[in-house]
Design a binder for this molecule. Structure first.
Ligand SMILES: NC(=O)c1ccc[n+]([C@@H]2O[C@H](COP(=O)([O-])OP(=O)(O)OC[C@H]3O[C@@H](n4cnc5c(N)ncnc54)[C@H](OP(=O)(O)O)[C@@H]3O)[C@@H](O)[C@H]2O)c1
Length: 188
């Protein structure tokens, strides 16, 4: 087999068959790529999107592209505590197990400071607080799945190379909102 064919076969391996993965922000650049990679490995994939329309479109595309029929859309607006809670409830009722949580969604900076519907600074809400909410609310499912399978489960938090100099309290208030530095402070 040529090295190109081996790479293709490698991509199509079934390493994740029977495993359940959530990927946030899968309508975006990096998240879509992660979702396609996991679908190619035969994972059962759950893709929380801002609207049902976006979720349905994305699910249809990924199913077609990868041939994996175990791809499911859910609605979850990461700028709303209530929406995260509703998503977690719906997910756990339907799937019971979780092997991988990929926190990947991101809000980029806008010129003006914006608040979420819950009155939290928008980038902090989506890029930090909702990552934390998903990790804590799905922790028991991840832990129980690990115990049942006798295998590690995992959380992957996608960050950017701007991250790493976090001074949430002072900096998010002070920095100008168009700047990449401000996203770096929120995008852990
Ligand atoms: N792209 C790069 O070159 C790069 C490099 C280094 C690191 N990263 C990191 O990779 C991650 C993803 O970046 P990206 O470039 O792929 O971003 P992107 O293309 O802008 O995608 C952002 C994703 O987040 C979703 N999202 C935003 N607000 C949301 C909300 N309130 N509720 C639910 N979903 C929401 C978007 O959904 P909608 O479709 O509804 O807007 C979209 O799916 C980030 O952590 C980023 O820092 C990216």
């Amino acid at each position: 087999m040529s090295s190109k064919k081996s790479a293709k076969a490698e991509e199509k391996n079934e390493d994740m068959k029977g495993k359940v993965a959530i990927v946030t922000g899968a309508t975006g650049a990096i998240g879509r790529s992660i979702a396609v990679g996991l679908a190619n490995k035969s994972a059962t994939l759950i893709l929380p999107c801002r609207t049902l329309e976006k979720a349905n479109k994305l699910v249809a595309e990924i199913k077609k592209e990868t041939g994996n029929s175990n791809v499911h859309g859910e609605v979850c607006d990461l700028s709303s505590k209530e929406s995260v809670g509703t998503f977690v409830k719906s997910f756990t009722e339907k799937f019971h197990k979780l092997d991988v949580l990929v926190n990947n969604a991101v809000v980029a900076p806008s010129e003006k400071k914006q608040l979420s519907g819950d009155k939290i600074e928008l980038m902090f809400h989506v890029n930090v607080y909702s990552y934390f909410l998903l990790m804590t609310q799905l922790h028991d499912t991840l832990a129980n799945t690990a115990t049942e399978r006798k295998e590690k489960t995992r959380i992957v938090n996608v960050a950017s190379n701007y991250a790493g100099h976090l001074k949430v309290n002072s900096e998010l208030r002070r920095l100008s909102h168009g700047s990449a530095r401000v996203t770096g402070h929120s995008d852990l």
